[in-house]
Design a protein around this ligand. Structure first.
Ligand code: ZN
Length: 498
């Protein structure tokens, strides 16, 4: 069963008052309090807190079949779970929009915080057809309310240097509470934005925070100006390494090849969870490694020794050993992860996996021409140009060679054509049952392209039953007949590269 844990605002206030009385750390907002309470290792602590729960979906239910989201909710209510009393069913999108606007007005009267409504397609058959893309279902969307705004004063403007060398002006604010969170910095994006909004040091500004995104300065209240406000100009040198900056469009970039600010960000990205996932290699460690010139690129991480790491502040033998173990583990990765980790501009996690699907290995990708790249759906000329530029750099060559020397290996993927020709599923009959993340039509066409066929009912002639979430009676029948049952993961492996 799926749902959301929350703490009502009234109970949150009481909890904080109690924590304060005991001299314990208080929570910034109900959301943090709810997350903190659920994460407790000692369930008695969780039990002493006031979390509440609304159920909204099912993972797996034995002996029940649902044809609509609404039935799921009624079922959850019937068996005794709390379901939000604000859930409604609508027949057209106009009514959904009207309900969204109504809730926007009413949200301050609720005893819990909401930042929007969730809209779902009711029919489960239609949900299945719509499927899932990049892990998010196409049949549900978060329809958020406009961001909350507050006024505050700009105490200063600082410049941050990012992974690609971009210089971002950041407003240092008089701390202000926006929707339960203290905000003391807000991005000004770039110099053009800064000029357009005419933000000056000392100005009173409107600051907006939407969900988890970085707060931003929306506008300046010019009527509050007293004449002492100071204009801010972007530096013509990198504030960290002192190299020249180059302005391309609205973006000012540090062109220093050995800029430590860029290097720190690149290495943080390289080691991050969704890239090479080097556990325990935190921000503080990376900053020290760069500042002490112990690494000059990401590959240098793999040549660090225990005694190197022990020279760092607050580093014990055990933590040093843990980092080395994590580094060793991260050497075995996938092509997509390694591509993502390299931090090629415009190549995020999703694009990296598209490229890894199309190209066999780094050499094949390096040999790709502009026209090969833009032939891939979702890859535009801008991205293609950035990939070509990346591989043309001498530093890239050095980095890749060094990674190889360090023993970084990735799993290769098969190229599409090779599998297609083989008709690996020749003569095999498949049955699909339950929810899988790709549309049924797509699964069917994959099977057929590889020479197999898809039937609608299970018989002794069936070779494979692919069972998704909430499989129906077909699964039982397959088990009775002794037909091989596989899950979606196994199916995807079987047809990998298609
Ligand atoms: Zn720099």
């Amino acid at each position: 069963m799926r749902g959301e844990v929350f703490i009502p605002v009234s109970k949150f206030k009481a909890l904080n008052a109690e924590l304060g009385k005991k001299g314990e750390k208080m929570f910034a907002n109900p959301r943090n309090a709810a997350a903190g309470s659920v994460r407790q290792l000692d369930p008695r602590v969780t039990a002493s807190r006031p979390p509440d729960f609304f159920a909204y979906g099912v993972g797996r239910v034995d002996g029940e079949e649902f044809s609509a989201q609404w039935e799921v909710l009624e079922y959850l209510r019937r068996i005794g779970f709390r379901v939000s009393p604000l859930i409604r069913r609508f027949k057209n999108i106009r009514d959904v929009i009207r309900y969204h606007d109504e809730m926007k007005e009413e949200r301050d009267d609720l005893d819990y915080e909401i930042d929007g409504i969730v809209v779902k397609v009711n029919s489960i058959a239609q949900q299945e057809r719509l499927g899932v893309i990049s892990r998010s279902p196409r049949w549900a969307l978060a329809y958020k309310f406009p961001a909350r705004e507050e006024f505050t004063r700009v105490n200063g403007i600082r410049v941050q240097v990012g992974r690609t060398g971009a210089l971002t002006p950041v407003a240092v604010l008089e701390p202000v509470q926006i929707a339960g969170v203290t905000v003391s910095r807000a991005t000004l994006h770039n110099e053009d934005e800064l000029r357009r909004k005419d933000v000056r040091i000392g100005d009173t500004v409107v600051v907006e925070r939407a969900g988890d995104v970085i707060p931003e300065v929306v506008s300046v209240i010019k009527s509050r100006r007293t004449g002492v406000e100071k204009e801010f100009w972007m530096p013509d040198r990198c504030p960290v390494c002192g190299a020249d900056v180059l302005k391309v469009g609205p973006i000012v970039r540090c062109i220093g090849v050995s800029c430590s600010a860029q290097l720190k960000e690149r290495i943080k990205h390289f080691a991050s969870l969704r890239a090479l996932n080097v556990e325990g290699l935190g921000e503080k460690v990376i900053e020290q490694l760069v500042d002490r010139k112990m690494v000059s690129d990401a590959a240098d991480l793999f040549f660090l020794t225990n005694s190197d790491l022990m020279r760092l502040e607050r580093m014990g033998d055990k933590s040093a050993q843990n980092i080395l173990t994590a580094l060793e583990k991260s050497k075995h990765t996938t092509f997509a992860r390694l591509l993502h980790a390299l931090g090629i501009r415009h190549v995020g996690e999703h694009t990296a996996s598209l490229l890894a699907d199309k190209f066999n290995d780094m050499d094949a990708l390096r040999a790709a021409r502009h026209e090969d790249l833009i032939r891939i759906p979702e890859i535009g000329p801008e991205v293609a140009k950035s990939i070509l530029l990346f591989f043309r750099q001498e530093e890239t060559q050095e980095l890749l060679e060094k990674l190889e020397r360090a023993g970084v290996r990735y799993e290769k993927k098969e190229v599409e054509g090779a599998v297609e020709e083989e008709r690996i599923l020749e003569g095999k009959t498949f049955i699909f049952t339950g929810r899988i993340s790709m549309p049924r039509e797509e699964a069917k066409s994959i099977v057929e392209r590889l020479g197999g066929n898809v039937a609608s009912s299970v018989s002794k002639k069936t070779d494979y039953v692919v069972a998704g979430e909430d499989p129906g009676s077909k699964l039982e029948k397959a088990e009775k007949l002794g037909v091989k049952v596989i899950d979606e993961e196994a199916f995807r492996e079987m047809v990998e590269g298609v």
